[in-house]
Design a protein around this ligand. Sequence first.
Ligand SMILES: CC(C)(COP(=O)(O)OP(=O)(O)OC[C@H]1O[C@@H](n2cnc3c(N)ncnc32)[C@H](O)[C@@H]1OP(=O)(O)O)[C@@H](O)C(=O)NCCC(=O)NCCS
Length: 185
Amino acid sequence: MAAPFESRLATEADLAALAVIMDLAIGELQKGFLSPEEIAASRQVMGLDTQLVADRTYFVIETRGQIAGCGGWSRRATLYGGDHSVALRNAALLDPATDPARVRAMYTRPDFARQGVGRMILKLCEAAAAAEGFRAVQLMATLSGEPLYRACGYQEIERVISETDIGAVPLILMSKSLPPAFAVD
Ligand SMILES: CC(C)(COP(=O)(O)OP(=O)(O)OC[C@H]1O[C@@H](n2cnc3c(N)ncnc32)[C@H](O)[C@@H]1OP(=O)(O)O)[C@@H](O)C(=O)NCCC(=O)NCCS
């Protein structure tokens, strides 16, 4: 039987467990998409952004007491990156009338991959952003994330290369229009 997934907002008490999930997802689930060198470089622009947790816009998906994945959205300008990606950070608040909300930091624990965790988080994020009046969402996709986002209706805006001090990481800027506030099934 498929695992019964449940969602809740992350709290500061989850941070250590979330860091472990992210580390596993970055290392394992990018393997068919990036070289080992690119995966190493990707760690510089991926990982935990505690602002999302502090803002209570970060979801945890659990099943039978285990965290299966995490991901969130943001009303702030930062498009991607973790606490350590200082140059990418911009805490300015977005205007729902004119700016797209962000979808951020989607990670599935590798043994729960391809079971709908990513899709579930995206729905939660889109519903929450629409409820605050946002009309679109934007995200910076990894190559590992691209199939999920395409399957969920996101369209490519442009392909970019993020340069880090240990190598380049290919990324894709993507977006999706949101209907007026809608409910999650
Ligand atoms: C991206 C990620 C979060 C997807 O999580 P997931 O829980 O496995 O995704 P889902 O099970 O909800 O997938 C939904 C659909 O997306 C597509 N999809 C997801 N992963 C895919 C893959 N590796 N290859 C092809 N299609 C894929 C499929 O259409 C899938 O539906 P299906 O399984 O019925 O065919 C996960 O692969 C991950 O953690 N990757 C590493 C970290 C990362 O790059 N995060 C994205 C940051 S932008």
